[in-house]
Write a protein that binds this ligand. Structure first.
Ligand code: ADE
Length: 429
């Protein structure tokens, strides 16, 4: 079947926990990420991997998309990704794959997703061939509902294709990767395979022309191509030569198979209009007679609270490898610790204000996020043991990291242990 030849790698992506999480595993045990135990790989690319996982608290199945943290930092994508993941966390639609939480370790970001037990809709077509018109319509209705809902919240997919259409155990459609369009293409896609075999069969002409486009009508076009594939079992635009393929998409040059009903053909023609301005809109699709047949409105689950604390913890500052708070212990007397901090910080250019066993340090230079300021407090934890807590109260986290390193080497005579017991770096967030 032609669609099989065009198959791209699975694009579902997953990411582990709010504060610092370590993926722990030994050959004898399963790897754990926070409360999740990782299982088989569901999809793999060069930049992201999706793994099956079990929530050990509830026993529920989830899918975890694992992304290399450095890659996102390197692409300066933090703000865009944070915004879209936050929006996606708030999107709860029965046909949109849920993002449950976002976790992070030192090197990885983990997006915990709903697990779609029924696999990809694409596999169903690949195994059993094209769908009957009524069945195709049922999936198309769910797809349009999902797309319409995300659009109403300002989220566009921009890369809709059958690989992003998953099924749950009841056969309900779940659109995946909505909102991940802020990720660089290589991170979103399964990298190598995608660039090697991928062709833009589902992409709207105005997106291909790179003229600047409207996310709404571009997603509508892709839904039209998907509907065609569901009913035909092959692609409307399919050419081995990319230039010829582009030209055919630009002109919307395709032919219907004999078994398409005339009302379905009329609707698909209106969707695959190469001009995004005259292309049918979602409100018009919702009123179309072919679309409306047997329509069942989406069934929403009762609302439960969603927090964005995890997303904030993972993405809040681009350097978020570094915690804004750290501590060390010392066996020296408290007043000696305070004097030593003062003596070390002053030559580093810090203004020092002391009150009892609290010290405020303020840098004299304006850094990337203003002046670095640090609050320090000495606590007695045992008669001859003090804990010194350092908290960044202003400025840039990476500058705090550097400051802490320098302070630590200045204080090495009085430091007993640090959070990591290596007298070097603040603990990883
Ligand atoms: N493959 C990729 N993502 C998946 C998910 N969320 N559920 C099931 N299979 C998947």
């Amino acid at each position: 079947m032609q669609t099989q030849a065009r198959r791209m790698s699975s694009t579902a992506i997953t990411f582990p926990s709010s504060s610092s999480i370590a993926a722990v595993g030994t050959p004898a045990t399963r790897t754990r990420v926070g409360k999740y135990e990782l299982g088989n790989t569901l999809g793999e690319g060069s930049f992201a991997k999706v793994k099956y996982a079990t929530n050990l608290d509830s026993g529920e199945s989830v899918a975890i998309k694992i992304i290399d943290r450095d890659r996102i930092l390197r692409h300066k994508m933090v703000e865009g990704i944070k915004r879209e993941i936050s929006t996606m966390k708030l999107i709860k639609h029965p046909n949109v794959l849920r993002i449950f939480e976002v976790l992070a370790s030192k090197t990885k970001i983990y997006i915990v997703l709903e697990y779609a037990n029924g696999g990809e809709l694409f596999d169903k077509i690949a195994r059993h061939g094209r769908l009957k018109e009524d069945e195709a319509r049922g999936y198309f209705q769910q797809l349009i509902n999902a797309v319409d809902y995300c659009h109403s919240r300002g989220v566009y997919h921009r890369d809709l294709k059958p690989e992003n259409l998953l099924l749950d155990s009841f056969g309900i459609l779940k659109v995946s990767d909505f909102g991940l369009s802020a990720l660089p293409k290589q991170v979103r896609e399964d990298g190598l395979l995608h660039t090697a075999c991928g062709t833009p069969n589902y992409v709207a002409p105005e997106v291909l022309a790179d003229k600047g486009y409207n996310g709404t009508s571009a997603d509508v076009w892709s839904c039209g191509v998907i509907l065609f594939v569901l009913m035909a079992g092959y692609l409307p635009f399919d050419e081995p030569n990319l230039t010829v393929l582009y030209r055919r998409i630009q002109k919307a040059s395709f032919a219907f198979p004999s078994w398409f009903s005339s009302s379905s053909k009329k609707l698909i023609k209106r969707i695959l209009d190469p001009n995004p301005v005259t292309r049918i809109t979602i409100p018009e699709i919702l009123k179309n007679d072919w679309f409306k047949k047997g329509y069942k409105p989406p069934h929403f689950q009762p609302d439960e609270d969603v927090t964005l604390d995890d997303v904030d913890a993972v993405f809040n500052d681009s350097e978020n490898h570094v915690k804004r708070e750290t501590c060390f212990t010392s066996k020296s007397p408290a007043n000696e610790i305070v004097s030593k901090i003062e003596e070390t910080a002053k030559p580093m250019g810090f203004n020092v204000q002391k009150r009892n066993y609290k010290i405020k340090l303020q840098g004299d230079q304006t850094g990337r996020k203003g002046r670095l300021s640090v609050a320090t407090e000495v606590f007695e934890v045992a008669p001859s043991l003090h804990m010194v807590q350092l908290r960044k109260t202003g400025g840039d986290t990476l500058e705090f990291h550097k400051f802490y390193k320098n302070l630590n080497s200045g204080l090495k005579d009085i430091v007993w242990t640090t959070e990591q017991s290596n007298n070097e770096e603040p603990k990883v967030a």
